[in-house]
Design a protein around this ligand. Structure first.
Ligand SMILES: C[S@@+](CC[C@H](N)C(=O)[O-])C[C@H]1O[C@@H](n2cnc3c(N)ncnc32)[C@H](O)[C@@H]1O
Length: 180
């Protein structure tokens, strides 16, 4: 079985193209942004922490990638920076690894940002969300947002999931595909 990051990246690949556009809603250390930048023309990447922006910028520079727009703002404001017709939007929830664990994504703003993301992606596009229920706010995000995603209007959206089902605290990936 694949680890969750590899699973999500592989699931996203068919939706990405060299003339397309993607959003990393939670930049962190930049692993997802770098992956996206290798497969699309432009990436808009959001994080509220300067430390994350700096770490991700350094990673992108090492890889010679110049197509990532680093935006120090909350993903709740992503529609201010990008127009519609985005191919893929990635949420990797939680806190910056090695950083301040109290600075983490928050249930209410995460839900609103996912709602915005569902509007910004083009028909046929995809949103990925990885929940980390191993810490209190991560558990709240999962128990609040997952039921809402489960009830998204079908057939406008198809919602898929990938998880280890016999581990309470294991991360869970959700992929939301918008109808063409
Ligand atoms: C688990 S990390 C993301 C990992 C990252 N995608 C990577 O590939 O390294 C979560 C990040 O979300 C950021 N974050 C928390 N709240 C945010 C918000 N409202 N808007 C944007 N980023 C946020 C944190 O600062 C943290 O860097």
């Amino acid at each position: 079985m694949q680890n969750i990051t590899t699973f999500v990246h592989d699931a996203l690949k068919p939706y990405l193209s060299k003339d397309g556009c993607a959003i990393d809603a939670t930049l962190g250390q930049g692993h997802d942004a770098v992956f996206l930048a290798k497969h699309v023309k432009e990436v808009f990447a959001f994080d509220i922490q300067l430390d994350a922006i700096n770490q991700a910028k350094a990673r992108a520079k090492t890889m010679g990638l110049t197509n990532i727009h680093f935006i120090r703002d909350s993903h709740i404001n992503m529609a201010v920076y990008v127009a519609l017709n985005i191919d893929a939007i990635v949420f990797n929830l939680g806190y910056l690894p090695g950083g301040d664990k109290t600075v983490t994504t928050q249930t209410n703003t995460t839900k609103d940002a996912i709602l915005t993301a569902l509007k910004l992606i083009k028909p046929g596009g995809i949103v990925s969300v990885v929940f980390y229920p191993g810490h209190p706010e991560g558990k709240r995000e999962k128990t609040t947002i997952l039921p809402w995603l489960t009830s998204l209007e079908d057939p406008l959206y198809k919602v898929y999931t990938y998880q280890i089902i016999n581990q309470d605290k294991a991360p869970q990936a959700v992929l939301i595909k918008k109808r063409l």
